[in-house]
Design a protein around this ligand. Sequence first.
Ligand SMILES: [Fe+2]
Length: 453
Amino acid sequence: MTDQALPKGMIRATGTTGTHEGYMPGFGNDFETEALPGALPQGQNSPQKVEYGLYAEQLSGTAFTAPRGQNERTWCYRIRPSVKHTGRFEKIDVPYWKSAPNIDPDVISLGQYRWDPVPHTDEELTWITGMRTVTTAGDVNTQVGMASHIYLVTKSMEDEYFFSADSELLVVPQEGRLRFCTELGIIDLEPKEIAILPRGLVYRVELLDGPARGFVCENYGQKFDLPGRGPIGANCLANPRDFKCPVAAFEDRDAKSRVVIKWCGQFHETFIDHSPLDVVAWHGNYCAYKYDLRTYSPVGAILFDHPDPSIFTVLTAPSGQEGTANIDFVLFRERWMVAEHTFRPPWYHKNIMSELMGNIYGIYDAKPQGFVPGGMSLHNMMLPHGPDRNAFEHASNEPMEPVYQADTMQFMFETRFPQMLTEFAAKEAPLQDDYIDCWDSIEKKFDGKPGIK
Ligand SMILES: [Fe+2]
């Protein structure tokens, strides 16, 4: 239908100002996009012949028979089928990128740990060689658990591509901007945003400005999903429209290229003579996407007490046991603190889940000192933790007025599995030996006599 055919006086939308060029909004939508007109077959997935001489190929992110609401696949129309994008494989060493199970007999993972930011180096490090595993949990070969990493990137990948058959990657930049050129399109990513790169998707990572540093959660298990909101209702937390999926983009480039594959915790390389980023059009719901953490709408206490931190869940990766996540990705961002007669920071607790936190920027209310941007902490399964003495005293005595917690953004990778430290985390990374001492000066106030102390 052309505009001429519209009823008189009726104006039809052509787009929205909030949807940035190159992206499509929505979480888990069934998208369709074509970089050349007519490249996407209409009305069927696998025509006898595809326009432009393209090959049709399905990328399945779930088992064929997964329930409809979880079933994810994308149909790609590409210059060459993916079998042309790998050859024979050779094993290679990527020594700092570890997979679970990775239990080092000389490392004690039992404890509360905190790290200063891992410093940049002058070394040339790509997305692959710059990955530094901090913790692993579960077992990559049974597709349960996760790993947490720090990445330090100083060099773009050139004629080099990567995919992980083991995992989807959740990327949390802390410094510097990255460009992910993927089979399904281009994602530009900056601090305060996150990206999800699904299992099996081929991509190249370029440095837009650097050096770049950030955090990665490598999810071995079921894909990240939006959490159920329960009584919260249909809105707030992470809203589906704020997730952005790239439109199709391809390159028809002949050059000797290296493809690195992570498969069952091991790395392999294979060489081809062209770029594998050759998907001209695609449709489906299995795709890479990004999300701006500044659009997260926190819900919290508006009268008294502090809810469980799960109230701040952005994405959750289920484990098969309802309500007990393989991974929750949780965000502590700017918000108002208004609770009355309440100790407002996170309370002291012990947790069956293990909590790895990272600081993107600003000050975290339970630890005003020592947990700096770029830093991390780990409170492992059933290890007690909570505010340090200063935070406790401040929160116990502050006037109960509304306080805006400004310029702050931390996150948590929380998993049902204990997290094992790597040798890098225990011996090379800037571990704060005195972290445990932050609770030393907490005093006994109890004297057996009634009254507020
Ligand atoms: Fe905690």
